[in-house]
Design a protein around this ligand. Structure first.
Ligand code: KIV
Length: 273
């Protein structure tokens, strides 16, 4: 497959995402956490690259996203930004850096923007984090919201199950989505909610609604890169489509290398100085 991005390909902006929604063009979004993978994903033509705090799970092996720190997210964010020419780069604000304290939120957000060079920050929650969102936006920093299954609240939920199945939670989600739009957020991620609710929010909001397990009638889709490439194994939620089986391919390649080393087949004459 060819490289879709050249040096003069126009950079994706938050404004361009809104124009894409207006045109009915779906937005593609995928996570990345390091330079090499971000470069490949950007060259493939991805619209948005999310430096998700899922790095805590897929890069560091933690059970939840809670342990990852601001410094660690800055390291991942900078590595991705160094690779990307076209995609909009969004970085997750980690747990404990913005909730309940707008001044702390602004300080964390400013560090994130200065030290990563990212285009936008993503925060989890609605009315509960209103003041923090307002404060960050007041500094001219674009904010993407995240509602539904918000993994930083996993200890409150007690389960990774589908959110907002009951009317009260669904109505709160709709109110929160409208609030985020009114505050000035540039888009919202909806995670693991009924498809009809995703469709309703996407129809009611003017800003793009990007889903992960929110059905096909939202404005775009996001997946965790290791999940869709088949690197994480034994994790198969209903919303996940696997586009490759890299886990198996990597194991096979590594086993071939081990075999060649043991058999003294590697390096050969041509591979030696
Ligand atoms: O951290 C992450 O990867 C995310 C996506 C699942 C949306 O927030």
């Amino acid at each position: 497959m060819s490289v879709a991005v050249t040096d003069n390909t126009k950079k994706v902006t938050t404004l361009r995402l809104i124009e894409m929604k207006q045109r009915g063009e779906k937005i593609s979004m995928l996570t990345a956490y390091d330079y090499s993978m971000a470069k490949l994903i950007d060259e493939a033509g991805m619209d948005v690259i999310l430096v998700g705090d899922s790095a805590s799970n897929v890069m560091a092996g933690n059970a939840t996203t809670l342990p990852i720190t601001l410094d660690q997210m800055i390291y991942h964010g900078r590595s991705v930004v160094n690779a990307v020419k076209r995609a909009l780069v969004v970085v997750d604000m980690p747990f404990g850096t913005y909730q309940g304290n707008p001044i702390l939120a602004l300080e964390s957000a400013v560090r994130m923007m200065k030290e990563t060079g990212a285009d936008c920050l993503k925060l989890e929650g609605g009315a509960e984090i209103r003041e923090s969102v307002e404060k960050i936006l007041s500094a001219g920093i674009p904010v993407m919201g995240h509602l539904g299954l918000t993994p930083q609240s996993i200890n409150k939920f007690g389960t990774f199950g589908v959110r907002a199945k009951e009317e009260a939670e669904a109505e709160k989600l709709v109110r929160d989505a409208h609030l985020l739009e009114e505050l000035g957020c540039c888009s919202v991620v909806l995670e693991k909610i009924p498809a009809v609710l995703g469709e309703r929010v996407a129809k009611e909001l003017a800003i793009p609604v990007i889903g992960i397990g929110a059905g096909g009638h939202v404005d775009g889709q996001v997946l965790v890169m290791q999940d869709m490439l088949g690197i994480t194994e034994g994790f198969s939620p209903k919303f996940l489509r696997r586009y490759a089986n890299l886990g198996e391919e990597i194991r096979c390649a590594v086993q071939s290398y081990i075999k060649d080393v043991k058999a003294q087949d590697f390096p050969n004459e041509k591979e030696s100085y």
